[in-house]
Design a binder for this molecule. Structure first.
Ligand code: UD1
Ligand code: UDP
Length: 378
């Protein structure tokens, strides 16, 4: 008898990081299911680097990335390529994570072929479809077609129930990003700026809604913070998007206490987060990971679909207003009590066992029993 085929689809850096723990977990059950890793190639170097952190490579890659790609182009090329592969491989189940355009097309392509779809990191919501753009649309759209929704938190579960999704299809699993950070965190030996005696601020920014003016304000705020605090080194791992690089390089590139670096590999990046006193970021994943190490995060966005970190006291939504960023950073860099209140290691997004739960659920959907391992007790 043929084993069922389960297809995991990735395309971007966060897709790789958050899907890898599930794919590796499924691979451990190879005697029961054939797992195939497919990449749209929406990202290129950043995707290969992220998969590399887990020692895996895609079995099939559509290689769609183009510099300056538009959302429609990613959608069109991704959908076309995935549909062809679905026809060729005939999987019984498709899995993708989060809110990228790769995830949207994976859900849509599976829906068109009536193949059940499992959504990792389901149920995150802001109150406007325009922000984050286009991610809020992507994650809402795949919720319409998913057969299983792997909600990372209770709030995500509630969001899905509010939209009328049957509670029998929603499972609280935790976020696989926490599995990932624990996996690489325990293996990494990278060290950062050991010769720098002072503090380090880590800045990452790449979101589409921050392109242009907001990113200019973010960079200017970072420069103003450096002027106020001479013991601070600003480290900026540069997203590969040329639009993002141009702005950051122009405003921060010549400052003697700025280190603009190529995006570090995932395990090295995790060590860099740990080295930081403070993180300024518009990244979704970084917002989830930093609290696990007790590193305060100022979120450079107007909205967040991850309010759990704010509630637990690890993150503050500062937006992209220059004055606000400088004000909040100054508070944390100069007021020990305010800093220590935020710098507590907690994990509002998961316990590192999300992939086990998702493996169990996906196989259950295929009618395959696999060990439960007291998965629901944490
Ligand atoms: C994408 C996701 C976003 C996610 C982010 C993670 C969508 C619409 N956006 O945004 O949700 O937060 O990834 O980083 O799905 N580039 C390279 N090499 C790479 C990756 C990107 O050169 O390995 C450059 C290319 O010029 C590319 C550009 O970056 O055209 C933008 O990539 P794209 O995937 O369209 O958008 P991101 O901003 O990366
Ligand atoms: N990350 C990385 N190298 C970097 C920056 C980020 O490995 O230079 C990791 C980070 O730890 C997190 C993920 O990439 O797991 C987040 O990716 P990104 O910020 O690009 O996307 P988002 O999470 O905002 O969708």
């Amino acid at each position: 008898m043929h084993k069922p085929i389960l297809m995991c689809v990735v395309g971007t850096r966060p897709d790789a990081i958050k899907t890898a723990p599930v794919y590796l977990e499924l691979k451990a059950y190879e005697h029961l299911v054939e797992s195939v890793l497919v990449s749209t190639g929406q990202h290129r170097e950043m995707l290969d680097q992220a998969l590399g952190a887990f020692g895996i490579e895609a079995d099939f890659s559509l290689n769609i990335m183009r510099h300056g790609q538009t959302l429609s182009e990613i959608t069109e090329r991704g959908l076309h390529g995935l549909d062809k592969l679905l026809g060729q491989l005939e999987p019984q189940f498709v899995i993708a994570q989060g809110d990228t355009t790769t995830t949207f097309v994976a859900g849509l392509a599976a829906f068109y072929r009536r193949i059940p779809f499992g959504h990792i990191e389901a149920g995150l919501r802001t109150d406007t479809i325009w922000d984050p753009f286009p991610e809020e649309f992507n994650r809402r759209a795949v919720s319409l077609v998913a057969s299983q929704h792997y909600a990372p938190t209770k709030l995500a579960q509630k969001n899905l129930e509010t939209e009328g999704i049957s509670c029998g299809k929603i499972f609280i699993t935790g976020n696989t990003g926490i599995d990932a950070v624990q996996y690489v965190g325990s293996n990494s030996t990278d060290t950062w700026f050991e010769d720098w005696p002072g503090r380090v601020i880590l800045l990452t920014t790449h979101r589409r809604e921050n392109w242009g003016e907001p990113q200019i304000r973010i960079a200017e705020a970072a420069a103003a913070i450096l002027d106020r605090f001479e013991d601070v080194l600003l480290v900026v791992p540069m997203h590969r998007n040329p639009k993002v690089r141009e702005v950051l390089e122009k405003i921060l590139g010549c400052h003697p206490r700025v280190r603009m670096i190529e995006p570090p590999a995932y395990s090295a990046f995790v060590q860099l987060m740990k080295r930081a006193t403070l993180i300024l970021s518009d990244s979704g994943g970084v917002q989830e990971e930093a609290p696990a190490f007790g590193i305060p995060v100022l979120i450079l966005r107007d909205t967040t679909e991850r309010p759990e970190g704010i509630k637990s006291g690890n993150a503050v939504l500062v937006g992209t207003d220059k004055e606000q960023i400088v004000l909040q950073s100054t508070l944390l860099l100069s007021d020990k009590t305010a800093y220590e209140k935020m710098a507590r290691a907690v994990s509002p997004y998961g316990d590192g066992r999300a992939a086990l739960r998702i493996r169990y659920l996906a196989l259950m959907h295929l009618g395959i029993e696999s060990p439960e391992e007291a998965m629901w007790t944490s």
